[in-house]
Ligand binder design. Sequence first.
Ligand SMILES: [Zn+2]
Length: 316
Amino acid sequence: MAKIALITHPACFEHRPPAGHPESPERLAAVLTALSGLDDLIRLDAPCAEKADLVRLHPIDHVERLMALEPKQTGQKQQLDPDTYMSAGSIEAALRAVGAVKAGIDGLMAGQFERAFCATRPPGHHAEARKAMGFCLWNSAAIGALYARAHYGLERVAVVDFDVHHGNGSQELAELDAEFFCASIHQGGIYPGTGHAAETGQGNLVNVPMPSGADGSAWRAAFAETILPALAAYRPQIIIVSAGFDGHRLDPLAGLNLEVDDYVWATERLLDVAEGKLVSTLEGGYHLQALAACAFAHVRTLQTYKARSGGGLAGV
Ligand SMILES: [Zn+2]
């Protein structure tokens, strides 16, 4: 079995959107309860990222403006857009979500473990450099990619996003930075409305929009035909996975028909390309039982799958 880290922190429960909001603390509880049954995980507390980490992606004035907007008292909410809120505790939660990805990269680079799953919230992949949106404050995956390059001198860092919503924040970085590779498979035509196949950046961006109702076989085929060859050609030194499980057929926010096994398949294929090494961070997933089952299967696969060497061009 591969050495796997589970990186989380109780502070990630303290980001509290209003009652009834789908991105709830109960999501993290469901994930951690499911993972509590897995033995041999290296369990680490997510550290807080520092401002110096955030400003690799987010301009300092935007970072400080968001920090200043955080409500001071429990129960107060600050609404940033129609569906993005902050409560007292949101900033620490989001800093630890970024810090978890950093700690995952540090552990991989130090040889402490081979793969990591960051069970944190709020999610991050919709956060653009100057805009918190779509439940997201800071873009943990993109900041992690920039950290891996700046701190370790890695030249080829990829973000692969299989959340059902397009990872517009990570795409924004790819459009500005030709060295960075980003791929997203998502449902087309839903929030945030971007991620068309023609959006290819500088040849470093792959978007795979799927039609409403698409099932696992169509999703796997598209993933295998588009994302995997491009990713293998990029030869990533590290892959950061934006792992959203809201493409599951039971998810209330979207209309794909994926099953748990589809996430197992995607995890295996990414491990093949990564030659076994990746850091995965939780993004969406809003049906609690489906989220728990998918996250468990994802981490179990990280733990047990023996990656094939040589580029990951395994069949569907
Ligand atoms: Zn999502």
